[in-house]
Design a binder for this molecule. Structure first.
Ligand SMILES: [Mn+2]
Length: 370
């Protein structure tokens, strides 16, 4: 694994192995890069997980903008979770700009600290996580871009890391699924304002950010009976727009039903739908209300609050997540970076859930808890 040098403010001393046995875990002076972890009272295990730059030592506005201020690495080898950018918006049918999402989400993610305040999860202590950079893409050739994204994601998957990607428009999820679900169809949990199961646009063009999950079903990448879409709303092209998806067996939870039932009941049903089998999670930032996440290609009023979105993601605990993404953050339409911050925060929420899952796998514990 090739690290791209230490970040400013990180001395060799800090990245080196732990020297004293009694160094209290969680203390400010904890050495970076090597630490001891107690696991259920069992023998302490020595790890060399990547650590973010310590926000108490180097201010969060300083240094290279990587996801979560983690080291930038060249390959996903040895990682539990690979943070990946997919700067491509060639599937956008209206307002483009999500190609700029990864860079701005990296910047906003510098606001994340080491520990989840509610679950107390310390993702970087329990799992090995790093920023593997942006996948190669082609901004002027859609079919080539889809191939490049799939190939790039295959290298992450084949390295054995769980991918957590930042788009990019929602069509980026299709080549990601081609890599993640290459050997068997997976379940899908989709937070979104739109179903994205239309057939063709502008004549017979099958590949846009309004079609990825129709293609994914046709290609046997996702199991429609284990697919659930939450937060769907906004004007549609025709009264029967969602009929195809419903006929396949997709469960669509419109925003009106979510308001009626609430976070816990909806997520309990989500767990029933996807069960214990491998499942991909995709979070379109337009699921959140445009008053809180205006920087997106196809905003729809009446969305989730950021707080509801956080609670929804936290209740993914127990799902056998094989990968996840946050898509459609479009910085050119953003205000004061609020959408990038929403994207980075949802990414951190997903990361905490995925790190706990990765830690369970590492310790030989069951991946699913429900
Ligand atoms: Mn979408």
């Amino acid at each position: 694994m090739q690290e791209m040098g230490n970040l400013p403010g990180m001395t060799r001393e800090e990245t080196g192995p732990e020297k004293s046995e009694g160094s209290p875990a969680g203390s400010r002076g904890r050495p970076i890069g090597m630490l001891r972890r107690e696991s259920n009272g069992e023998t302490a295990m020595q790890n060399s997980f990547h650590q973010p730059v310590d926000a108490a030592k180097v201010p969060r506005f300083a240094g290279h903008a990587t996801f979560m201020r983690l080291p930038a690495v060249e390959s996903a080898e040895g990682l539990d979770i690979a943070l990946v950018g997919i700067p491509w918006d060639g599937g956008t049918t209206n307002r483009a700009g999500a190609r700029h999402g990864p860079r701005e989400v990296r910047s906003a993610s510098s606001l994340m600290r080491s520990t989840h305040h509610a679950s107390k999860t310390e993702p970087f202590r329990i799992a090995n996580i790093a920023d593997v950079g942006d996948l190669p893409i082609n901004p002027i050739d859609l079919m080539d871009a889809l191939k490049l994204i799939e190939a790039g994601m295959r290298s992450v998957v084949e390295a054995g890391a769980l991918p957590l990607a930042v788009g990019g428009d929602h069509l980026t999820t299709l080549p990601v699924l081609r890599a993640v679900a290459a050997s068997r169809p997976v379940g899908l949990i989709q937070f979104d304002a739109h179903s994205d199961t239309n057939d063709t646009y502008f004549g017979d063009n099958p590949y846009t950010h309004g079609t990825p999950f129709r293609r994914a079903i046709e290609e046997n990448l996702i199991d429609p009976h284990r697919t659930v879409q939450i937060g769907i709303r906004g004007s549609i092209y025709a009264p029967d727009e969602h009929d195809w998806a419903l006929k396949q067996g997709i469960r669509i939870i419109y925003m009106e039903e979510f308001i009626e039932r609430g976070v816990a009941a909806v997520m309990a049903e989500v767990h029933r739908i996807v069960g214990d089998a491998p499942t991909y999670v995709t979070f379109d930032i337009d699921a959140i209300d445009p008053s809180m996440a205006p920087g997106t290609g196809t905003p729809e009023l009446g969305g989730f609050s950021t707080r509801e979105a956080q609670h929804l993601v936290r209740l993914l605990e127990g799902v056998d997540i094989v990968g996840a993404d946050v898509v459609e953050v479009s910085p050119p339409f953003d205000l004061a970076g609020m959408t990038s911050l929403a994207g980075a925060t949802i990414m951190f929420e997903l990361l905490c859930i995925m790190a706990r899952l990765a830690a369970c796998r590492r310790n030989g514990m069951p991946a699913t808890s429900r």
